[in-house]
Design a protein around this ligand. Structure first.
Ligand code: ASP
Length: 527
């Protein structure tokens, strides 16, 4: 189109548009392409809120025309650009590793790709580049990173997708402290740059506090604590065991614990509201939720579970809770794992209800010293708490066979606002230690050779000590934009169950293609 730019006549001026004061007097135009009626009104954000997500994703190329969506892509690109700048300047080499490979365990199912030349054989898509990055250390690379696609077939959640992107990095001849320095450095650099560049309504990110795994569990009930607010759990197991309250006493006698949490100003909650909190707690496995309003004065009638305790005991409880008159104390008495899990969830719920989870803050922290393995009740075996390549602490190695549960790992997570953001560790680099850990995880010698022979062999050929970490890029963009849906920060996400409505994938393939791959589809007669 060509024409002359002119001022609009006063009645045609539209102050809502950036170009609302001018118009073009067309001299010549050509229609490059015709456009049908759009599936939804992209220029009206208000209306867009009513459009179903599936429809938006089916027509993502239209949805992405909205400036708000473009901005998300731009923030994502800026994160990656700044990551590259920081790591390139710190002597890291960006290296791509294969997508068609062998299974590498990160706790999910694999996506498999059939191999045409030998029907019955499959590549697996990497759940992470974990083994390749370790092999690069054996290759003498020393400082590697990659903006890596990872593939995990696992239950979908608002913050998970079957394929997602990590900043994967690894370094040789390092201690935990060295990896922490780089990972925290790159995170702060990227966040603060992007916050500034896009004028995001977030406070700058400063130094990350550190917690041990045991501390995190004791204080917050979880290894993913939201540090934007206090409300730490308090322990009343001892007082409970001496009390008249049967529910508490029997939980302690059965080896359980009694912990509580403070609900600021919660004494004013109605019965119904307290019952709702109890329903919430039960959803996560609690048998009940005891409550104790903190009275404004000594003469007030005892409410909740107060009647089961002496004045001295009540005073001890309120002191342990740092409670103030008008607060409500909530208690769970159960096995340790149930008690902590329920209270951790309640803590976030109370944080939400009391407006304590400030959306303007990114509260990063380190969680250190994870156990190497956790006992899987259902399967009746030890499971790696991160992955099988994590190094036990040298001082705990002697307990690997005799008391695996007490072995700590050189393992560290970055948590932000209650979400695990990065997970890393110093790795095993000795073949004998790796074989012992595989055995502990129930992988016998024959499977070790078949599944991990390559890495055991590499460890025999001069493997240096090494370690690394892998922060999630999608989650970083979510945190920066205050988004709780991962699909909003991906150009072409999948919907529930891993379906891509835009491409209609996964889809059926030709019978000829299946024959070539030696694949026969069996349908269950029950279906
Ligand atoms: N491979 C690990 C993961 O994907 C991260 C790491 O240990 O570096 O969680």
């Amino acid at each position: 189109m060509t024409g002359l730019v002119a001022e609009r006549s006063p009645e045609a001026v539209n102050p809502k548009l950036p170009t609302g004061e001018i118009e073009v007097v067309v001299e010549h135009y050509e229609v490059l392409n015709e456009c049908e009626v759009l599936p939804f009104p992209v220029s009206d954000e208000e209306q867009m809120r009513k459009v179903s997500e599936e429809l938006r994703i089916k027509h993502r190329y239209v949805d992405l025309r909205r400036p708000t969506m473009y901005q998300k892509l731009a923030v994502r690109a800026a994160c990656v650009r700044n990551i590259r700048q920081y790591l390139d300047e710190s002597g890291f080499l960006e290296i791509e590793t294969p997508i068609m490979t062998k299974s590498t365990p990160e706790g999910a199912r694999d996506y498999l790709v059939p191999y045409r030349l030998e029907p019955g054989k499959f590549y697996a898509l990497p759940q992470s580049p974990q083994q390749y990055k370790q092999l690069l250390m054996v290759a003498g690379v020393e400082r590697y990173y990659q903006i890596a696609k990872c593939f995990r077939d696992e239950a979908q959640r608002a913050d998970r997708q079957p394929e997602f992107t990590q900043l994967d990095l690894e370094m040789s001849f390092v201690t935990q402290e060295d990896v922490i320095e780089v990972a925290e450095g790159v995170t702060r650099f990227v966040c603060n740059r992007v916050i500034e560049e896009f004028d995001l309504p977030l406070s700058p990110v400063s130094e990350f506090p550190r917690l041990t795994y045991d501390d995190a569990l004791a204080r917050f009930g979880t290894d993913k604590p939201d540090l934007r607010f206090g409300l730490e759990l308090f322990d009343v197991t001892e007082i409970a065991s001496e009390s008249e309250f049967g529910v508490f006493r029997s939980a302690v006698e059965a080896g359980g614990i009694v912990r509580g949490i403070r609900y600021p100003g919660g004494a004013a909650l109605s019965r119904k509201q307290i019952a709702d909190m109890e329903t919430f707690a039960k959803e996560f496995g609690a048998k009940g939720l005891a409550h104790l309003p903190v009275a404004a004065s000594n003469d007030e009638e005892a409410k909740g579970i107060a009647r089961f305790f002496s004045k001295e005991q009540l005073a001890k409880i309120t002191q342990a809770a740092s409670a103030e008159p008008g607060d409500l104390l909530l208690f769970v008495a159960d096995r340790q794992s149930v008690t902590l899990n329920v209270l951790a969830r309640l803590r976030n719920e109370i944080g939400d209800r009391c407006g304590l989870r400030d959306p303007m803050r990114l509260a990063f922290c380190w969680v250190l010293d994870f156990p190497l393995v956790l006992w899987d009740e259902e399967e009746g075996r030890w499971e790696a708490s991160h992955h099988p390549f994590t190094s036990p602490k040298a001082s705990d190695l002697e307990y690997l066979e005799s008391d695996p549960g007490r072995v700590r790992a050189d393992c560290y997570d970055i948590v932000c606002n209650g979400v695990e953001w990065a997970s890393g560790s110093i790795r095993i680099h000795r073949p004998d230690v790796q074989a012992r850990v595989f055995s502990l995880l129930g992988i016998d010698e024959a499977s070790q050779q078949e599944r991990f022979g390559h890495i055991l062999q590499a460890f025999r050929l001069g493997a240096p000590p090494h370690g690394g970490i892998a922060p999630g890029i999608d989650r970083l963009v979510m945190l920066l934009l205050g988004e709780d849906n991962i699909r909003e920060v991906m150009a072409f996400p999948k919907v529930g169950g891993g379906y891509d409505p835009l491409m209609d994938a996964p889809s059926e393939v030709d019978a000829a293609q299946l024959r070539e791959l030696g694949i026969l589809i069996e349908t269950d007669p029950e279906d």
